[in-house]
Design a protein around this ligand. Sequence first.
Ligand code: PLP
Length: 355
Amino acid sequence: MRIHNFSAGPAALPEEVLLQSQAEQMDWQGVGASVMEISHRDKKFVELAAAAEASLRALLSVPTNYQVLFLQGGATTHFAQIPMNIAAPEQTGDYVITGAWGQKAIKEASTLIKTHVAADAKKYVTVPESSSWNLTPDAAFVHVTPNETIHGVEMFDVPKLTAPIVADMSSNLLSRPIDVSQYGIIYAGAQKNIGPSGILVMIIRDDLLARQPRKLPAIFNYAKHAENGSMLNTPPTYGWYIAGLVFDWLTKQGGLAAMEAKNLAKSSLLYRTIDESGFYKNPVDVPYRSRMNVPFVLPDASMDAAFLKGAEAEGLMGLKGHRDVGGMRASIYNAVTLKSVEVLVDYMKHFAKQA
Ligand SMILES: Cc1ncc(COP(=O)(O)O)c(C=O)c1O
């Protein structure tokens, strides 16, 4: 039996994608082998890779002056690799910190370049007004985390800035349409809305690829990856294949505007249930509540174990909140259905009534 999967990541994938990959496991496209058993230089795989990039470009309307890279390492690797590629040691990277992932990003960057906290929400229940950001005049970039997965804080807009905006969209890329041209770099580990862990999508503007502020081994150099079609070395071929299936699935769903409508329906149902319950609480300022990760607490942490036990009995899994925040967290990425959220809210109402 399939569960209702609220895992924060690795997370639920669309059933259609899992079924197609299962059907193609022994013989992908008539080659007589699985896609993960053939060379990444094989003509068929090269076509798959190009098709996945084309679907992603179409979904996000990626402008032609941006390269799309499929890289290894999670977002954590790129917390360090991005500063290496776009800032010299004496240059400053500005960081807007709205949760735990932004904190981790600046820590890694500070080993390589000068870093500056342009804004820090501290309690991580809001996004500081962009007019209050204390920006360095000649910053090499401004880093933001548009969806803080642990705290459930989402930044829906970014301001127009002189420095390029670098955005860790690991947990909200593809959940709604965005204007790629507002960003210098967008990067996202796959394991929430794209595919299995181990592959990362990066959308990077040409002028940032050209910066080359220091000598780097080729494997760390984004420009070299771009020159080689993200096949400088053996890429995570199976993850790339699943990502392509997910992009096709999103296109069939009606694209990102259709996904946004579904994600709004799911998240509003859940927030409404929390707010009207007089029992559960979500601390995040309403305009910044994440549509992807919904943390909530019960009136007393001593009730958590019973809540989770009852949830598991209903097939509702992955609800335990992150250890930094406690309580519960429902991650409701693209592949989580409205039906699953309806089962969750029914359970939440039932639990609150009998508590
Ligand atoms: C917003 C965000 N950034 C970075 C990461 C780290 O990703 P990884 O563990 O793949 O390096 C996560 C993981 O949950 C995340 O949610």
